[in-house]
Design a protein around this ligand. Structure first.
Ligand SMILES: NC(=O)c1ccc[n+]([C@@H]2O[C@H](COP(=O)([O-])OP(=O)(O)OC[C@H]3O[C@@H](n4cnc5c(N)ncnc54)[C@H](OP(=O)(O)O)[C@@H]3O)[C@@H](O)[C@H]2O)c1
Length: 263
């Protein structure tokens, strides 16, 4: 496992779940973290844990759906880390469990704002800072919702698919620089994500044998920083599912349609 001593890491969505586990793990490995989310009390509890190993870590309370505020947020984050961000992890995200025939335009635009436009804005705001120093890593957190079947989650999967292609563009375009873009794809993870949420249908029943802890996922995410490969999954299970789908998407989706609808 990599030592992160001396590295400054911004982590969005760090008040719970994967982001919380990631902040604590990164701090324990020596990083200074700047954590972002809306719930100040929860963020403060996470920061307290980070301070046990990384006393100069900081927090910024922000609503990432306020897209016009993101440039200012980026400046605040860079200042809070004494002018240097080495790693940006765009982890904050929301579910949208709704069938397409029940969905409103607001549903679609709301999930796109948090899951696509906000990480894109934060990336665009931080990229000049990284390119100027010719150093940095940007990790964008997607979902197996893009690599399974978009059943009952089409707007969510679309928001993450958009993020995947944005990240792919960065990965390819940044080839000649020392700034790296990474795509991280978690599978089902125990967190507040799969709980009842307003504006969402009930969570899907999850298989405990196919569910990772947030701590396991955080460790997998940090392994992105050690590879030149574009995509990192939580583990072999997720990587194999994705490659089966890619091998024959027509057969895969015909089977998924049969499983979900009996047709
Ligand atoms: N859990 C899974 O099964 C799973 C599977 C695949 C992918 N993922 C992805 O993994 C990432 C982390 O999810 P998780 O499982 O850790 O879920 P989680 O426990 O619900 O965490 C989501 C985080 O995002 C933050 N967030 C949401 N809306 C925000 C907003 N408007 N402004 C600022 N922060 C906001 C939340 O903080 P506040 O509410 O305090 O703002 C929270 O810290 C998400 O991108 C999700 O799509 C999760």
């Amino acid at each position: 496992m990599s030592d992160l001593t001396g590295r400054n890491i911004v982590i969005t969505g760090a008040s719970s779940g994967i982001g919380q586990a990631l902040a604590i793990e990164a701090a324990q490995r020596g990083a200074r973290v700047a954590i972002v989310a809306r719930r100040a009390d929860r963020l403060a509890t996470v920061l307290k844990r980070c301070h046990e190993s990384s006393p100069s870590s900081t927090m910024v309370v922000a609503d990432l759906s306020e897209l016009e505020s993101i440039d200012a947020l980026a400046s605040t984050l860079i200042d809070s880390l004494d002018g240097r961000v080495d790693v940006l992890v765009n982890n904050a995200g929301v579910p949208k469990r709704k069938r397409t025939d029940q969905m409103t335009a607001d549903d679609v635009e709301g999930v796109m704002a948090i899951n696509y436009f906000s990480p894109v804005r934060l990336t665009l705001a931080m990229l000049p800072h990284m390119l100027e120093r010719n150093s940095g890593d940007i990790v964008n957190v997607s979902s197996m919702g893009v690599h399974m079947a978009a059943f009952g989650v089409s707007a969510y999967s679309a928001s993450k698919a958009a993020l995947e292609f944005f990240t792919e563009g960065l990965y390819v375009e940044l080839g000649k620089t020392n700034v790296r873009a990474h795509l991280f794809v978690p599978g089902t993870t125990a967190s507040e994500f799969s709980t009842d949420k307003p504006g969402n249908n009930a969570p899907f029943p999850s298989d405990p044998a196919a569910t990772s802890t947030s701590e396991e996922v955080a460790i997998a995410l940090l392994s992105c920083l050690e590879t030149e490969s574009f995509v990192t999954y939580t583990g072999e299970r997720e990587a194999q599912t994705s490659s089966k789908r890619n091998a024959d998407v027509n057969a895969w989706l015909a089977n998924m349609r049969q499983v979900f609808t009996g047709m």
